[in-house]
Ligand binder design. Structure first.
Ligand code: GAP
Length: 459
């Protein structure tokens, strides 16, 4: 059964709330725009995405090092990086209600691509096309709005107390470049990977986890000699595609978008956006991949007075250039949910299930006794549950309702296997003593497996 893309996203958002994946942030107080909380299953899926990423890009490679830099950094970092001056979006206001909008989004809603437009061009287009606010009121002139959250440290009132919540994890890597080189003696080319929170005061957070104000990034700064950036760019491009394969995203749902020169970020000489085909929205950014040249290291060298030079084996000194694959965890989680959401028909009823890859599923398997009021079944099932829990950790126990209902519940949260302990397990049929039923999520097929073989089967 196909799922209409029109309301597929709404169904996924509803499932996320119903089944404990994602809740609106501060729900009981009416929520907070641009902030979402991960529920018990959401945090499990999110953690799995991050640990798979870490395994693939940090632990799985010889040329990568991990890092976890502080979110709060000396404000000079953001002056040097260009974020204080240039990390801005164009903003317009409804002149009657004072509601604020991203000018480029308003133009896009009117079928106009505002990428690369100056504020003057935006004003002229709004005037020429008679574009009004969503409430039909006139709009103010466009101005820039810096997206960094400002905060203060300590009790000082002066400018020395001013800090920012980092809008990208990347700068934590650049400011530690020298520390990693001095402590680990890596050979070029090498990279530093980091996973952490980033904050952006988005004018218009929207579309579930797609554009939020607090999110997580998984970023790599890969340091290369200038002469080899193109060759390494191609190698990383392939590695990024492999990551999406590992997430179970189908290739036809992903496309590369070469960012035109006039839209490149201030630090980039080349950027490819990897776009996912979100249901009801179409292709939009999932991850970014930029060639940042030596912009950041040079900027920090100049502003801090510290050398960012790397010394080659033969004594040659150079400031490395940087390739940056940058992934948003929330967008990966959204894409994984969209990709795995399915509906089919079982016994004349619609069945919803998440066809999550086993390495991402919140629970690898669910164990239950056929009947919960038969102590001998429950005892045997608890034994199987403890055996698997000890081995895998993420094993669910479910003895509520009948078996059919349990299957539906586990299908909806993407549990690949349901294991049922019945009277045959206890020896009612001597041939089946100490065997259990494994029911497969996607096909509904069932097989009989010996308890002694369960661990290896689930692996
Ligand atoms: N260090 C480079 C950098 O931050 P970016 O394209 O601005 O580049 C990288 O962000 C990734 O972070 C995006 O591809 C997206 O996955 C995620 N991201 C950026 N802003 C986001 C937001 N407001 N909400 C959710 N994810 C966001």
């Amino acid at each position: 059964m196909t799922t209409s893309t029109d309301n597929k996203m709404e169904k996924i958002v509803a499932l996320c709330k119903r089944r404990g994946f994602v809740f609106q942030g501060t729900d009981i107080y009416g929520g907070l725009r641009g902030a979402w909380d991960l529920g018990p299953l959401g945090v499990a899926l999110n953690n799995r995405i991050k640990s798979e990423w870490w395994k693939m890009f940090v632990e799985g490679r010889e040329d990568m090092y991990g890092l976890d830099a502080a979110i709060l950094m000396n404000a000079k970092v953001w002056e040097a990086s260009g974020h204080v001056a240039g990390f801005v979006d164009p903003l317009v206001e409804d002149t009657e209600t004072s509601e604020r909008f991203r000018a480029d989004h308003l133009l896009k809603d009117n079928g106009i691509d505002a990428e690369g437009m100056s504020l003057e061009m935006i004003d002229a287009t709004i005037l020429e096309r008679g574009i009004k606010s969503p409430k039909g009121n006139p709009l103010s002139k466009a101005r820039t709005f810096n997206m960094m959250f400002e905060t203060r440290i300590g009790a000082t009132a002066g400018p020395e107390g001013q800090v920012y919540l980092r809008p990208e994890t990347a700068q934590g890597i650049f400011v530690n470049f020298k520390n990693v080189v001095d402590s680990m003696s890596p050979k070029l080319p090498f990279g530093i990977g980091q996973i952490g929170k980033a904050f952006r005061n988005e004018i218009a957070p929207r579309e579930f986890l797609f554009r939020v104000r607090e999110f997580e990034q998984m970023e790599i700064e890969y340091f290369v000699r200038e002469s080899e950036w193109q060759e390494q760019f191609e190698a990383w491009r392939l590695a990024i595609w492999q990551w999406f394969d590992h997430l179970g995203l189908s290739r036809e749902n992903i496309q590369e978008f070469e960012v035109p020169e006039n839209d490149l970020a201030h630090y980039s000489k080349r950027t490819i956006d990897f776009e996912y085909n979100y249901p009801g929205k179409g292709f939009d950014e999932l991850a970014g991949f930029a060639y940042r040249t030596d912009f950041d290291l040079q900027a920090h060298a100049k502003a801090s007075g510290q050398s960012m030079e790397y010394v080659e084996g033969d004594g040659t000194k150079l400031v490395p250039h940087v390739l940056e694959p940058s992934f948003g965890v929330g967008r990966a989680l959204t894409a994984v949910l969209c990709e795995s959401y399915r509906e089919d028909e079982v016994n004349g009823e619609v069945r919803t299930y998440l066809a999550l890859p086993t390495h991402l599923a919140p629970y690898r398997a669910c164990v239950s006794p056929l009947l919960k009021n038969k102590p001998e079944l429950v005892e045997k099932a608890r034994g199987v549950f403890m055996l698997l829990k000890k081995e895998f950790g993420n094993i669910a126990w479910d003895d509520n309702g009948n078996v059919g209902k349990r299957y539906r519940r586990q299908d909806e949260i993407g549990t690949p296997y349901c294991i049922v302990i019945d009277f045959d397990t206890l020896g009612e049929n001597p041939d089946l003593l100490d065997t259990v039923t494994i029911r497969h999520r996607d096909t509904g097929e069932q097989e009989r497996v010996a308890i002694s073989e369960l661990v290896s089967r689930l692996k």
